[in-house]
Design a binder for this molecule. Structure first.
Ligand code: FUB
Ligand code: ZN
Length: 655
């Protein structure tokens, strides 16, 4: 499948990655820019003087002298950047960028040890402690990111340079880990290598990589004391303080993976684990692994996901907590966690064509993932709140992780380059294959070509989504047989219509020419051209949380299409908790070209509680009155682009 995106909304982002994020991040990784790097929360031990990521490679490569600086997983910032650059090159060749990426690959090659081992922290600081503290070391996590980058780089440039390093690294890992005697019987504290190995398997067809990925997954929970035992036995100095006190759930090792049925622990780790698990399940047909994916998926989507597609309810261990625990103002909702959820959803679509996977992918993409970055592409959130009062973030230590304005960069910079690689490869999420069927998952203006033995099928989406709900899909089938196109009908849309125009005439989408199955409308497209038109009702909708979410009782959230909206102080004044949106107030939409690079705005006649002057902090009577207030909302992803101010996704509702 080859897809090219040509979309108003996404082209702006892709251009931002190409012209803004990639050059900016390159400078940051080289410490070649005057910016303020913020600690992600009040914790003096967080390294935030500089990035030093490229310098670490230079030292490991023997080109310069010095000590490693930064998190033990600092290398992964470079790898994710390289992966984003590779996708960008694929879409938009650029000799200058190619030259830089080539140099980076050469540097990485020099930093790789003869054995194939690759990790600057351990090469520089603890050469005798490799693979000896896997609970914290992130060695395999970094390896996974490099392998992913190398595959992308090879696919974009045709060069084998990075791939050779990746194969050497993967083979070194394969020789070091596994069930055989003499190998380490363990896995990494942070899942990721499993994803990288699967990508290498898909590219090379080498089954060893698939087996190794599966081994690492199945190893989770088999020996729950493994990380602590390694730590007790190793004499090296801890690279991440306190990690060994984390509960087993943090690492998803509390139970053998086949017995896990809920989303536990560190949210990014969990979704990365599930991404690989679903990939292995889809690639091998292993129904037991698939069942685990489905159970964890259900738990996330039914009980542990914020309306914005954010996951992770607490800063403590950046983790899930319990069902229905979705606090709007202390949550974590790390950008990387939503990105990981998108990866997971994409793999689930390989397991079955169920529109819900596309729904969640879209929710996470258009809300939390994009909110992770400012509209200028140079400021980033790590944590994505649904409710913010700036003073509370500044003065309440339990909210120190909830930033109010996106920093230039973060001590732990996992999110910015993760976002760059996601946006740079967004075309990979638009369509997917389900047997012979082609699925349209996202409504991004694009063209996709899929080759068959006797011809090809081209699918062209014409849309201005999410601004408009009108989606036109043109299919050209040059093969001899009919091909089914499944178009996702979003779960958020209760009114969808459309029509199909094929060689044999026109029919409405309700006709029997279209089969509805699990959130997809299927059309048989015979040889020749077929036009499918989908009309999604973009009227803003009121959404309510399950009453079991205590935080959201009597509150309402507004969404238009896939976009969740929020109210900001700059439009509505302070004390957003005093605003009330009447249950039947009309929600008026208008497109505002000049605002926030062009956004839909939703306005409503609401009310604001006027606090009674009399009475102290506590009263026996409710003497408050209310006054009319215009409520103005913008899409959540665009919040915090107009300075420090309050923000709220869930508003009080007035019956
Ligand atoms: O541990 C590596 C990355 O740093 C994780 O994925 C993020 O959650 C952050 O903890
Ligand atoms: Zn992150």
């Amino acid at each position: 499948m080859k897809t090219v995106v040509n979309d108003t909304f996404w082209n702006r982002y892709k251009e931002l990655v190409r012209t803004g994020m990639i050059p900016y991040q390159w400078k940051v990784l080289n410490d070649d820019i005057d910016i303020k790097i913020e600690k992600e929360r009040n914790d003096a031990s967080i390294p935030s003087e500089k990035s030093h990521a490229i310098e670490n490679f230079k030292i490991a490569a023997g080109r310069t002298k010095g000590e490693h600086y930064g998190w033990v997983f600092q290398d992964s910032d470079v790898y994710k950047w390289l992966e984003a650059a590779a996708y960008t090159l694929k879409n938009h060749w650029d000799d200058d960028l190619k030259k830089i990426t080539d140099e980076v690959v050469d540097l990485i090659a020099d930093a790789q040890e003869k054995s194939g081992y690759l990790n600057t922290y351990f090469t520089i600081m603890e050469p005798d402690h490799k693979y000896k503290r896997l609970g914290e070391s992130h060695e395999l996590y970094c390896a996974g990111h490099f392998i992913e980058a190398a595959v992308a780089y090879h696919q974009a440039t045709g060069s084998k340079k990075a791939l050779d390093i990746a194969i050497k690294l993967a083979d070194h890992i394969d020789a070091s880990f596994g069930p055989e005697d003499g190998k380490i019987h363990g896995c990494d504290g942070h899942e990721e290598v499993e994803i990288g190995l699967m990508r290498l398997y898909h590219l090379t067809g080498e089954k060893r990589y698939l087996k190794l990925s599966e081994y690492f997954l199945l190893q989770r929970g088999q020996d729950p004391d493994f990380f602590k035992r390694q730590f007790r036995e190793d004499t090296g100095k801890p690279a991440i303080g306190g990690l060994y006190n984390a509960p087993l759930t943090y690492f998803q090792i509390h139970a053998p993976i086949l017995e896990q049925d809920s989303a536990e622990g560190h949210a990014v780790r969990l979704v990365y684990m599930c991404t690989a698990l679903a990939d292995v399940a889809a690639s091998t047909g292993n129904k037991d692994l698939e069942a685990v994916c489905r159970k964890i998926w259900r738990n996330i989507v039914d009980k542990r996901m914020f309306i914005t597609g954010g996951i992770g309810s607490t800063v403590n261990g950046e983790s899930f907590t319990l069902d229905y625990d979705l606090p709007n103002d202390t949550m974590y909702c790390e950008t990387c966690a939503s990105i990981g959820l998108i990866f997971f959803a994409r793999q689930m679509l390989r397991l079955s064509a169920d529109g819900e996977f596309g729904d969640v992918m879209e929710r996470a993409l258009y809300n939390t993932a994009l909110a992770g970055m400012a509209l200028d592409g140079k400021h980033f959130f790590y944590v994505n709140p649904l409710e913010v009062v700036p003073e509370k973030s500044e003065k309440d230590p339990t909210k120190s992780h909830v930033k109010v304005v996106r920093p230039d960069w973060l001590g732990c910079a996992c999110c910015p380059p993760n976002l760059a690689r996601l946006i740079a490869s967004v075309e990979d999420y638009v369509y997917s294959e389900s047997g012979k069927d082609i699925l349209v998952n996202l409504f991004i203006k694009s063209e996709m070509v899929r080759e068959y033995e006797d011809g090809e099928v081209t699918v062209r989406i014409d849309a201005d989504y999410p601004r408009s709900g009108k989606v036109q899909i043109h299919v050209d089938n040059s093969t001899k047989e009919a091909v089914r196109i499944g178009v996702r009908v979003p779960g958020w849309c209760d009114k969808a219509g459309g029509k199909i125009v094929a060689g044999n005439g026109e029919s409405t989408i309700e006709d029997c020419a279209v089969v509805a199955e699990k959130g997809f409308w299927y059309t048989e497209c015979s040889t020749g051209a077929t036009d499918i038109e989908l009309e999604l009702d973009m009227t803003p909708r009121r959404w309510y949380a399950s009453p079991l979410v205590s935080e959201d009782v009597n509150k309402v959230s507004i969404a238009r299409g896939p976009q969740v909206f929020c109210a900001e102080g700059v439009d509505n004044g302070d004390n957003l908790h005093l605003l009330m949106l009447p249950k039947y107030a009309a929600l008026k939409c208008s497109w505002q070209d000049e605002l926030l690079e062009g956004v839909e705005v939703i306005e409503a006649d609401g009310l604001r509680t006027v606090a009674a002057r009399e009475g102290g902090l506590y009263r026996t009577t409710k003497a408050e009155t209310s006054e009319p207030a215009k409520i103005k909302m913008i899409p959540y992803y665009a919040w915090a682009n107009r300075g420090r101010n309050e923000m709220r996704v869930w508003l009080n509702e007035k019956e």
